[in-house]
Design a protein around this ligand. Structure first.
Ligand code: CA
Length: 360
């Protein structure tokens, strides 16, 4: 079975729109539709370098073809994009100081993985309710987090565009990572701040909740942001989860499951067999010569697979050498009996023998 056939992915419907807005002279946003990987990037840097940075970021993501089933892989990818942007100016691409936000989402069937740097956002419309999935790396978000500012006050704050983490600034920049579960009917939105700086979350929810395909939804969001002022570039990616694949265990998992089942079965069998031997041993008894005397044991003479199943019951004090042949010899080997009662009966016989033949 090849890998593609084993890969169970969600069936998605998606669309993206990017608008220059009504004020800016160029569009520094970029987006990626590379099912199951999606992204929005918002570049900055002036003299069109922002465009270069955001495009570089999505290009690096696009080149990646292995399944992104792990947030660590997604993180590495975003960090690779960061290095690419930092080093591009030395190769004459863009300008030093250029940077970009990046909100990247992988829909690994029902698992949603998100990597986040900057102030672009991911939102999820789940059962009619909008939830913001990411936290902005911005000065105003820090003020909100520390309780100094309310969410709606950020909209008009003079430092609202100050971003505290971007790709293209430092080599050790890491994304925030998020992981959550998706359901059929969920609608995911990735957007640059040109959308959410123009529209309140309630308006974004109102737009997303309307029953129309992602293309129309994306158009409507961009239109609404432009009608609200369009002060910045506006980019949206809308993804609908139409169907989730039933996950079949991968071949190596199936093998592992079979091994586990085998080991468990074997363990149960061994356990049952041990239990039966234990039960049998605990009901049995034997007599044996120890230091010249007859001793009563519960259990089995010798051992079972190297394990002694015997418990001393009584030192009878009967001297072995005073018993008639061939008893002394047999007692050296041990006389196995079915029960403790049988053992006691035999011990009584020995005592009678001693009484009949008192020591001279
Ligand atoms: Ca922007």
């Amino acid at each position: 079975m090849n890998h593609a056939a084993e890969k169970a992915q969600a069936r998605l419907d998606y669309a993206a729109r990017s608008s220059i807005g009504r004020v800016r002279t160029n569009n520094e946003d970029a987006y990626l539709l590379h099912d199951p990987l999606f992204a929005v990037a918002d570049g900055m840097g002036g003299h069109e370098a922002g465009e270069v940075a955001s495009k570089l970021a999505v290009e690096v993501l696009k080149q990646f073809d292995s399944p992104l089933t792990d947030t660590r892989v997604l993180k590495k990818l975003v960090m690779a994009a960061n290095v690419q942007i930092l080093e591009a100016p030395r190769q004459g691409i863009g300008r030093s100081g250029m940077g970009t936000t990046l909100t990247a989402a992988v829909l690994d069937n029902e698992r949603l993985l998100i990597a986040q740097v900057g102030d672009s956002r991911a939102y999820l419309l789940h059962r009619g309710l909008l939830r913001r999935l990411t936290s902005d790396h911005s000065y105003v978000q820090e003020l909100v987090d520390s309780g100094e500012l309310t969410e709606s006050e950020t909209r008009h704050h003079p430092s609202r565009s100050v971003i505290t983490r971007v790709l293209g600034n430092e080599y050790d920049t890491e994304p925030d990572l998020y992981e959550l579960r998706l359901e059929v009917g969920d609608r995911l939105l990735l957007c640059s701040d040109g959308l959410n700086s123009m529209l309140e979350d309630a308006e974004i929810q109102r737009q997303l909740i309307m029953d129309r395909p992602p293309e129309q939804c994306a158009d409507a969001l961009v239109l609404a942001a432009n009608q609200a002022g369009g002060l910045d570039n506006i980019t949206v990616v809308v993804i609908d989860v139409l169907e989730l694949a039933e996950r079949k265990p991968r071949r190596e998992h199936r093998l592992l499951l079979a091994i586990i089942a085998f080991v468990l079965t074997l363990g149960l069998l061994i356990g049952a067999a041990s239990g039966a031997v234990w039960w049998y041993a605990s009901r049995s008894a034997f007599l044996i010569a120890e230091n010249g005397q007859v001793v009563v044991y519960r259990g089995l003479v010798g051992d079972v697979l190297g394990i002694h199943l015997q418990w001393k019951v009584e030192n009878t004090g009967i001297p072995v050498n005073r018993l008639t042949a061939p008893l002394p010899e047999r007692l050296e080997q041990g006389i196995q009996l079915g029960s403790l009662a049988d053992a006691e009966a035999l011990v009584s016989q020995y005592r009678e023998q001693l009484a009949e033949h008192p020591q001279p």
